[in-house]
Design a protein around this ligand. Structure first.
Ligand code: 5AD
Ligand code: SF4
Length: 482
């Protein structure tokens, strides 16, 4: 399912190349549209595109923007790599994401032999790393376009250059002060949407490459966020996910200053929006006002993703996280006191340099005490350029792997116990899709983000329906319509 968000500037056709954004991009969309229309006639078929997203929700939202631009130009979406335009929106948080991209590029070379007009584009976090761009420009000559995280909005301008210049186009910016919006977006779901409220990150956790590839933290003006969400609501969106690397520090640098809790209150006032989520919360900046907003605003979903990273206060200090084990546990207690049924989820890294068995046991202890509804567990990945990459005592692979398995077993055991707490209850579900394995079922989510499957047909998609939660199967529920 897909929905195109068009907006007020969408109809502009400009004769001369404008300097201002986003008008300049609408100019290039017109120019590309002319070329693509010619090529469509020549080939006697519509030209197709395929965008693949690696990584997080931010990248998923960026891909919706890429698709919106490509559709506006005249391409049609295709779910296969055998397309006329293939774009990989890359991630570089962990090394294995990079390895996957290189593997896929090898495969594309074969496909391009069959369709020499194929345009291959790479963008996103991995492209912000110099050594990656050097390697691709040298060894992957079949790539046509490389751009980064700050110029996603420039896709039509860059594509125009690919279509008119016979060379690899590389356009990487080191940073940007500008937030360019008001461009077409092709949403993955008609009824829910991510909304960027800020870009970048200032935290410099010592293992993490994000601040280097996404730049300094920059919050969007609350008025811009509110008007975007109003437009989404008018277009049928019922659930929004406010996106930022650290939403709890939203508002820094804005004049006048607005904090995240007050933004949440404002979003909740928008008619038509029934559920409000957000991601991600850094424990160091979690305010009482935010907990209060969650407890008092019925539209805010009772779910918080609160990355722990490690349970060891010693390691948390070296990770530059600015909280310790005790403070994290106090926070959890405070949140649960105000919102008893809340679902808590987390991210945990195993094998950070210097991690001892004692450090690791502290992580297990926090997992056991908190009882997360689910957790993303990661093996530490060395990222060139981060402080942790140069730290001594990198943990051997076999030790990390053994710890990882123990952690996963405990996470799963606690999640299973925890998720079962709603068995027998009747709760509202936002239906998202027909079940992929059994088309007699539909799949949706509770407000607390747990997945539910129940008998129903595709006309329920996008609706919020009450279901009786019959059986908890670990991390999802089997239910029936109430
Ligand atoms: N190695 C492993 N996991 C990492 N993360 C960030 N950097 C690394 C790394 N170098 C994890 C953190 C973060 C999540 C998005 O990715 O847990 O919260
Ligand atoms: Fe990375 Fe830390 Fe920023 Fe999250 S808060 S993106 S882990 S540096």
């Amino acid at each position: 399912m897909s929905a195109v968000e068009y907006n007020k500037i969408n109809d502009i056709t400009v004769e001369n190349q404008p300097v201002q954004e986003p008008e300049r991009q609408y100019y290039y969309m017109d120019k590309c549209r002319e070329i693509i229309s010619e090529r469509t006639k020549e080939k006697g078929r519509r030209l197709t595109f395929y965008v693949e997203t690696f990584g997080c929700q931010m990248n998923a939202r960026d891909s919706e923007k890429l698709r919106g631009i490509l559709e506006n130009i005249g391409f049609v979406r295709n779910d296969y790599e055998e397309s006329d335009v293939v774009i990989y929106n890359t991630c570089t948080v962990r090394e294995n994401a990079n390895i996957r991209v290189y593997g896929r590029l090898g495969h594309l070379k074969t496909l391009k032999k069959k369709n020499p007009d194929m345009i291959i584009g790479l963008c996103g976090c991995m492209m912000q790393e110099k050594h990656v761009v050097e390697k691709i420009s040298k060894s992957y000559r079949h790539v046509n376009l490389i751009f980064g995280t700050f110029n996603i909005y420039k896709l039509s301008e860059l594509l125009y250059r690919v279509l008119t210049e016979d060379k690899m186009i590389v356009d990487i910016m080191d940073k940007t002060e500008e937030i360019v919006e008001e461009l077409p977006v092709d949403r993955e779901y008609k009824f829910k949407s991510g909304v960027n409220i800020m870009y970048g990150c200032n935290n410099f956790c010592t293992y993490c490459i994000v601040p280097y590839v996404r730049g300094r933290e920059k919050s969007r003006e609350p008025e811009d966020i509110i008007s975007e969400i109003k437009r989404l609501a008018d277009d049928g969106v019922r659930e929004v996910m406010l996106l930022g690397q650290n939403v709890n520090s939203y508002g820094k640098g804005l004049e006048p200053y607005v904090d995240f809790a007050s933004l949440l209150h404002r979003v909740c006032k928008i008619d038509g929006i029934e559920r409000v989520r957000f991601m991600t919360s850094h424990p160091k900046d979690l305010s009482d006002d935010l907990i209060d907003a969650m407890a008092t605003e019925p539209k805010v979903c009772p779910h918080m993703h609160l990355p722990l990273q490690s349970g060891s206060s010693r390691l948390l200090k070296i990770m530059n996280r600015h909280y310790d084990k005790e403070r994290y546990l106090e926070l959890v207690e405070k949140i649960r006191n105000r919102i008893p049924d809340i679902s808590l989820t987390t991210d945990i890294i195993v094998g950070f340099p210097g991690e001892t068995e004692e450090d690791f046991k502290e992580t297990l202890d926090v997992v056991d005490k908190v009882g997360y509804d689910s957790a993303f567990t990661f093996i530490y990945s060395k990222r060139t350029g981060t402080p942790a990459a140069d730290m001594p005592d990198q943990v051997p692979e076999d030790v990390t792997k053994e710890r990882f398995d123990r952690l996963l077993a405990l996470v799963q055991k606690r999640a299973k116990e925890r998720c079962a707490r709603f068995e027998g209850k009747t709760m509202p579900v936002l239906v998202e899709q027909v079940n992929v394995q059994d088309d007699r079922l539909v799949t949706g989510r509770l407000a607390n983000n747990l997945t539910v499957h129940f008998e129903g047909s595709s006309d329920l998609i996008g609706q919020i329906v009450d279901v009786k939660l019959k059986e908890c199967k670990g991390f999802y529920y089997i239910a029936e319509q109430a």
